[in-house]
Design a protein around this ligand. Structure first.
Ligand SMILES: NC(=O)c1ccc[n+]([C@@H]2O[C@H](COP(=O)([O-])OP(=O)(O)OC[C@H]3O[C@@H](n4cnc5c(N)ncnc54)[C@H](OP(=O)(O)O)[C@@H]3O)[C@@H](O)[C@H]2O)c1
Length: 100
């Protein structure tokens, strides 16, 4: 909880595993606190649903990146999605294993 109030100048967060369980709850709580959210998980359909729900409920900007962390060729896509953005919080909660 401390970290959420410690980054007022970078009100943008990235959450992996953001479409279910702990990651989804994390994304919702960050959005409730005013963070714009970049959601990452595998299913674009689930990402679209969660992203729309968060944007409409909390009035924050959202962006999605579909990526499977069990694959090795995903990092260019993630880098392209994040380049130039000032990120205050990273929430890592996917069940895939390769993001360390
Ligand atoms: N729940 C608990 O009580 C608990 C306790 C301790 C630790 N954990 C750990 O916390 C993590 C999350 O648990 P959870 O219960 O929140 O899981 P969950 O409800 O199954 O949610 C997993 C999330 O990760 C995404 N995901 C799964 N595999 C992925 C992959 N290969 N690449 C990218 N995204 C992937 C899923 O979305 P898509 O299917 O769309 O990709 C979903 O958004 C797990 O590592 C779990 O072992 C959980």
């Amino acid at each position: 909880m401390l970290i959420l109030s410690a980054c007022p100048f970078f009100p943008l967060s990235v959450v992996t595993g953001a479409t279910d369980g702990i990651g989804k709850a994390y994304a919702e709580e960050l959005a409730r606190r005013g963070f714009a959210i970049i959601l990452i998980s595998r299913s674009q359909e689930k990402l679209d649903d969660v992203s729309k729900a968060i944007a409409s409920k909390c009035g924050v900007e959202t962006k999605t990146i579909a990526a499977d962390f069990s694959a090795i060729d995903i990092y260019t896509k993630i880098e392209e999605g994040l380049t130039g953005l000032e990120i205050g919080v990273l929430g890592k909660s996917q069940t895939g294993d390769r993001l360390t």
